[in-house]
Design a protein around this ligand. Sequence first.
Ligand code: ATP
Length: 500
Amino acid sequence: MSKLGKEIFIGFLPVLLIFLIFIGVNIMPVLFTGLLAFTIYYMLRSRSVPGISTSNERKAKGRTPSFLNFDQIGGQDRAKKELMEALDFLIKHEQIKKLGIRPLKGILLTGPPGTGKTLMAKAAAHYTNSVYLAASGSEFVEMYVGVGASRIRDLFREARSKAQKEGKESAIIFIDEIDVVGGKRDGGQQREYDQTLNQLLTEMDGIHTDDAPRILIMAATNRKEMLDSALLRPGRFDRHIDVELPDKKGRLSILGIHMKNKPLAEGTVLEKVADQTFGFSGAQLEGVLNEAAIYALREEKSLIEQKHLADAIDKVMMGERTDRETNEEEKQRVAYHELGHAIVAELVRPGSVAQVTVTPRGKALGYVRHNPQQDQYLYTKEQIEQQIMIALGGSVAEEMFYGGRSTGSRNDFDQALLMVRNMIDCGLTSLGIVEREMVPKEELMKENAAIMAELTSRTRELLEKQRTVFEQALDVLLREEVLSGSIFRELLMASISRIA
Ligand code: ATP
């Protein structure tokens, strides 16, 4: 039942009972049965607290081995090193006690979804030979005040008894999505959340160096700024470890780990996959390999080939191919649009186009897959301008061949405008170094329009010279639906040498 449904039900019930009394109905049997049902329900729910861990473990077991060590986590070298150093506190507790160092109580892992935070917690349990219990912040959220707090208590109790039963000296409790219960307290409106958080703080304060078993709480969030400061203060979650999206080396190592149980055809190069998956998380990379294996199965192949991997990257990035039927005219417009993006991309960043497609996938009717040459975190003004021109290439191509644009450029414009905004914020425009709020709106609009107009005209200038490439590539695209980066480059190079 939804939360709103529950609230309406709770509001309606007393009114119904009063009404029944009013009209003279004996409500005692109903009341008795209801009370009995509620007690049974409540008992079952409380008993399911140990299930917080076991169900999560079961869920996770499907994806990862239950005993996981740090070698089975790809990339994240810095995060793993920091975590291992922190965990040594738990292992070398005698030394730590002698020096009067207070025990490490909480480690907070922060970072985007799917980067391996849960894996880190499991590996930590293995590394320290601790029992492992996991729960998610949302599992403590109930509309009844006190239930969340009692679940926290039960979780700690369960950790202690499980460690004793298994003869382990320590236990690691992992709380995913800690922001759900550990968000900033706002003074009473969310009493249930406050009580749960207070209980967690109390349990943390009750952890001492001499405790047997020793308890360490690990928590994960991708919204650290939302957490209540009481959680982050020294003595609570005072070790923060960033678990970032992997760089190319990290991606390759994650792919290597997940490739182990998958048969690769000879000549497949995982490095290409690592190249083309900039910005992918570990979970997405695992997804790519899984999808590639599914594509191989669909084609009744016993080995995974490079093209399966390429399709799988598209699938994870853009979604599954859709059966949306586009008419010939629409398909041709999409082809011109995508070629517009691809030609600009190849001219400003030679070698960057991996593939042009007019197969509808997810919400897109067509798309260009780019090869990021290397992971990049800093961009110059010229590089952002080039990015904007690539985004504008589609609409400019439509204008060249149809005399006007279509609704297909909306996302491109969103991207372009975001980049212009970034340029303004980074002081890369004629406005100089400014604070957005202090510049009049008209000035911002004028600067925005000037940048867009100039880049649109530069894009048109580039594309006008390549009309023949459009025509030649269009034939292949409409026939095959896919144009590989290398064939596309051959066509473009031939045209460039003709012009020269
Ligand atoms: P969320 O924040 O959504 O809970 P998370 O950061 O906890 O995500 P995990 O649950 O640890 O992510 O990872 C999900 C899956 O992604 C793992 O089971 C594993 O298959 C894969 N994965 C993620 N990161 C890595 C990595 N660094 N090495 C190997 N596999 C990884």
